[in-house]
Ligand binder design. Structure first.
Ligand code: BJ8
Length: 422
């Protein structure tokens, strides 16, 4: 990634510190991904993207900014990309998934904060992530308490817009979210200088729907009994989807899905017959958090689905494309996004229904319900999730972890025992 030094300098990044991150990433990626046998050829694209993760896409974003486009950094799957695209803006995910950034976050946040939040704040304050430097505006949301308060620190020297997400799903909450989306549209129009029209929003809704359909095709291939792709590779596809251009993302996912469907026809599997199939539910796994998938897939099991925001919560449900007024489109977007079941909602029984449905669809032998340390929302909801799964006769293992490797061996033992029991 050394070709990008001048670009990083111009972004005001801390090059020395950033260098140490660049040094560890290729080894980690090699150990986790390139060590796998018989990977789909289509994964070459994602390997290339990761090899240049702080280079290729940031360079594209800077180029787009030179053409007058604005970049919006987001942290949650409830923020509607469609609104930004409709004003010719660009969306990039900003959630931090590396322990490398956590100490930087701990300088200003309590240690007892979820690692995703600490890493995101650390990446910004330590100036070691180009995406944080490039974004013209951050878009936060009122999901968990940790994020809400972190926005006040993150927004100190960058324009920050916060979407007030309802925490219940009553009719008045849908009304409120529709208004919140309409208000976001105004903010995006002001920031980009572009008007959102029925046509531009229609095109954006279609673009994002196509991306969701393509991701769904990749996931559908994981429902086959012979698994054409590992859980690690599928997770990587989803993680990169938060950063990539949505049209290219859909094209690459469709190409990969073609190959996976062909593999299924030809009986090609990346795991031996009889490998136990696990569904993972819980808090998101932001890039480069590959820890759990790697532990599972080197412990004799395969991950067949993620009921996570870096998984099905990202692409399930499409937005209605038939609306002909902006009001109707805002409402359609609100309806689509309110179908997502995050633990920040109460009650959130829809998530339990989702998990049980996904277990059947992906023919999972068991579920690992994972929680990022200090995420109370998913931790508390874990009680009901695990009870419902047990009641349905589905084996479940609850795990809590963070971004460090300190608990890796302990987790491996627990995962191994769970797989053995299945
Ligand atoms: S829709 S899961 S992306 S809020 S940051 S809640 S892990 S303590 S990320 Fe999320 Fe949107 Fe919900 Fe998905 Fe817990 Fe950490 Fe909070 Fe987190």
């Amino acid at each position: 990634m050394s070709n990008y030094v001048e670009m990083w300098k111009s972004l005001g990044m801390d090059l020395e510190s950033h260098d140490s991150l660049c040094q560890v990433l290729p080894t980690a990626f090699g150990d986790v991904f390139l060590s796998q046998d018989n990977r789909p050829k289509g994964m070459n694209f994602w390997d290339m993207v990761v090899a240049e993760i702080h280079g290729i896409r940031p360079a594209e974003l800077i180029e787009a900014q030179k053409q007058g486009r604005k970049v919006f950094g987001t942290f949650c799957v409830y923020v509607p990309d469609e609104i930004v695209l409709a004003a010719n803006g660009i969306v990039t995910g900003l959630c931090g998934g590396s322990q490398f950034w956590v100490p930087g976050g701990e300088k200003v946040l309590p240690k007892a904060t979820c690692p995703l939040i600490k890493a995101s704040v650390g990446a910004r304050l330590d100036r070691t992530c180009p995406f944080f430097r490039i974004a013209d505006m951050y878009v936060g949301e009122t999901t968990c308490d940790g994020k809400k308060k972190a926005w006040e620190i993150l927004g100190q020297d960058v324009p920050m817009h916060i979407m007030d997400l309802p925490q219940m799903k009553r009719p008045q909450d849908l009304e409120k979210w529709t208004l919140e989306i309409a208000n976001f549209a105004k903010v995006v129009e002001e920031t980009t200088g572009n008007k959102i029209t029925v046509d531009s929003l229609q095109a954006a809704i279609r673009t994002v729907n196509e991306k969701r359909k393509a991701l769904a095709r990749v996931y559908a291939a994981r429902q086959a009994l012979n698994l054409p792709i590992s859980g690690k590779d599928a997770l990587l596809v989803t993680q990169i989807a938060f950063f990539d251009d949505p049209v290219r993302c859909a094209q690459m996912c469709d190409k990969l899905a073609d190959e996976l469907e062909e593999r299924i026809k030809n009986g090609v599997s990346v795991f031996p017959k009889g490998t136990k199939r696990l569904l993972i539910s819980g808090t998101p796994l932001a890039i480069p958090n590959w820890k759990l998938h790697h532990l599972i897939e080197t412990s004799g099991a395969a991950v067949v689905c993620e009921e996570m925001c870096t998984g099905t919560r990202y692409f399930e449900n499409l937005t209605d494309e038939s609306q002909t007024t902006l009001e109707g489109q805002f409402r359609a977007l609100a309806e689509r996004y309110m179908k997502t079941n995050c633990a920040c909602f109460t009650p959130n029984t829809g998530r339990i229904d989702d998990i049980i449905r996904l277990v059947k669809e992906y023919k999972a032998d068991g579920v690992i319900d994972v929680n990022l340390k200090f995420c109370c929302l998913y931790d508390i909801e874990g009680y009901k999730v695990e009870k419902a799964l047990k009641d349905a006769g589905i084996p479940v293992l609850g795990l809590e972890t963070d971004y460090t490797d300190a608990d890796a061996e302990q987790l491996r033992t627990r995962i191994g025992a769970f797989v053995e029991m299945l």
